[in-house]
Design a binder for this molecule. Structure first.
Ligand code: ARG
Length: 581
């Protein structure tokens, strides 16, 4: 439909050019493409151009403009007819030409169906996942990881060079606290054994003790200053805590099959903040306040951005500013995207503003915060603060276990059961996480997430496996078609099949929209449409049972097209597609 939209738009623009020029107005093909709508039902055609917005410039009523367009429109080979109705110019696509063209494109492009060069030559840095050392990898980080990874895959698909950065939270006052807690109540073996859970226990203990003994806070601050000054004991302990945490995080990334191009976290900028601070001083942006240094943002209706604490130690924002300047230079990026919870919005607005005030005007056009809503587990908030920790790893483990039970019930003979259970269990959670607009809050419900019939990951994966199975059975029964490109599209003009192609053809457009809005849920929801549309086809149109070879082959080609779009879509949101499940 994409192509047709473009051609339809081009023809309209050509027809309107003279009258628009006479009126001193313009309309580009891209603008016209944006205006074109998909009519809500078949009788109104396949594509619809609304004439309302042109009314003013052309000094004519929309119905008149539509009628004028219809009169001069030369119906191209790909269309059956063009009709003007109440201010719209509707085009009816020639079904056979349409099905044939989409079939060819999808089969030929395969894995690359939907890929473009829109981002060619441009680099996007995506800062995502970014969990905190010695803190649990929780469900909030899952959202960042899932959204960030999807954006990485999607933007790469439309031609951008992406750099995935895991901006680990591995620096800050909390390490002073942890060092103190470890020295007072910790034990080497317990930490080695318990890992992050033990580190969290120590951290929580610190907070409990500090309530009655506030001087502990000062000791902790002093230890963080030691760390910033590279005191060997502080660095040794910090490195150890970091290694332990990374090893645990890596287990989650392995489950999700997510990787990063850089693990330069907050500590990486320890020696890069001095320059920033000097620059802030030179540009007269720093202001002293009770011993601390900050950038006043009152003029911009924001609280001040704290740069240095009273004790001279740096802050989260200080490191973010240093990181942005570093990344811009190192990667020559055209965009830096930060995927974190919406609760950090103010933080990003503040330091984006500081970078702008430093004179880097790219701050306003190239730094993007991509916020997302909160996650709760069947009602209960996932709070980590007081030790009531829900580890992502445990959630994945549960999902995998539930899927394993299901497989044992329905398909006990399945080969590599473990691998499939991981792909489906993890896929279910990621899919559910990416199903709603990212800014909305999410509630995990096991029943919903793992439902094989609902609008879920397992449902889409199952549909993919079903398509794969048809093609496999075709081979096994000697009914495979070796030249799918040569099938007769004339066999595929029934309503269900045409509807399926209309859905499949929207894939490239959906990807572009999802990239434009940095919104993977557009792809996720689209995949449910594809799966539903394919399952209708599967129900209404027998495939291997059909005797007529031409029809059977044509339908096998349809299966292959749907299978391709499902696989591409799942891949772009970071979900695997098992061949059997
Ligand atoms: N570590 C932070 C957290 O867990 C997220 C870091 C996001 N990236 C950044 N450059 N600030 O909330």
């Amino acid at each position: 439909m994409n192509d047709y939209k473009m051609r339809f738009a081009a023809q309209i623009v050509e027809l309107l050019q003279d009258s628009l020029a006479a009126a001193g107005a313009t309309l580009t093909v891209n603008e016209a493409v944006e205006m074109i709508e998909y009519p809500p039902n078949e009788e109104m055609g396949d594509l619809s151009f609304p004439c309302f917005r042109l009314s003013k410039a052309l000094r004519k009523g929309p119905p008149q403009i539509a009628a004028m367009l219809q009169a001069s429109f030369v119906v191209p080979a790909w269309a059956a007819k063009v009709v003007a109705v109440s201010g719209y110019l509707n085009v009816f696509i020639d079904k056979q030409a349409f099905v044939s063209a989409s079939l060819q494109t999808i089969l030929q492009d395969g894995e690359r169906f939907g890929a473009t060069n829109d981002g060619a030559g441009k680099t996007v840095v995506i800062d995502y996942s970014s969990p905190n050392i010695a803190k649990p990898f929780h469900v909030g980080h899952l959202r960042s990881t899932a959204i960030g990874n999807a954006l990485y895959q999607m933007l790469s698909f439309i031609g951008y060079k992406c750099v995935g950065v895991n901006h680990l939270g591995d620096w800050g006052t909390q390490f002073g606290k942890l060092i103190v807690a470890y020295k007072m109540w910790g034990d080497e073996d317990a930490v080695n054994e318990g890992g992050v859970k033990e580190l969290v226990r120590l951290y929580v203990k610190f907070h409990e003790e500090a309530e009655t003994n506030p001087s502990l806070e000062d000791v902790a601050r002093a230890w963080f200053v030691n760390l910033e000054e590279a005191d060997s004991e502080a660095v040794y302990l910090w490195q150890w805590f970091r290694d332990i945490s990374l090893k645990e995080f890596q287990r989650v990334y392995d489950l999700m099959k997510v990787s990063f191009d850089s693990y330069a976290g907050e500590s990486f900028y320890n020696d890069k903040m001095g320059i920033v601070i000097n620059e802030l001083i030179a540009k007269q942006l720093l202001k002293e306040d009770d011993g601390a240094q900050l950038v006043d943002l009152e003029e911009y209706s924001m609280p001040p951005c704290l740069i240095l604490k009273k004790d001279g130690s740096s802050l989260y924002a200080t490191r973010d500013i240093a990181a942005a300047l570093y990344r811009k230079k190192k990667y020559d990026s055209s965009k830096i995207i930060y995927v974190t919870g919406g609760t950090q919005s103010l933080h990003f607005q503040q330091w984006f503003k500081v970078v702008e005030l430093m004179g880097y005007d790219w701050a306003t056009s190239e730094l993007f915060h991509v916020p997302f809503g909160q996650v709760s587990l069947e009602g209960a908030k996932i709070a980590t603060r007081k030790g009531n920790v829900v580890l992502l790893e445990d959630i994945f483990a549960q999902a995998i276990e539930k899927v394993t039970e299901k497989i044992n019930e329905t398909n006990p003979q399945l080969e590599n059961k473990e691998e499939v259970a991981r792909q489906v269990g993890v896929g279910a959670i990621v899919f559910s996480d990416l199903s709603t607009n990212r800014i909305k809050d999410v509630i995990f419900s096991w029943d919903e997430v793992l439902n094989f019939d609902g609008e879920t990951g397992p449902y889409v994966q199952y549909t993919y496996a079903r398509a794969s199975s048809v093609l496999r059975k075709a081979v096994e029964s000697g009914k495979a078609c070796d030249d799918l490109l040569a099938v007769d599209a004339g066999q595929l003009l029934d309503e269900t099949t045409v509807a399926l192609f209309k859905t499949l053809q929207q894939f490239p457009e959906k990807i572009l929209q999802a990239c434009d809005k940095l919104e993977p849920s557009l792809v996720t929801r689209y995949l449910v449409d594809v799966a539903q549309s394919f399952n209708r086809f599967y129900r209404d149109c027998p495939i291997l049972k059909v005797e007529d070879e031409a029809l059977r082959n044509a339908r096998l080609a349809v299966v292959q097209c749907a299978r391709t779009v499902l696989a591409n879509g799942l891949r772009l949101i970071g979900i695997e597609s098992p061949e059997r499940m």
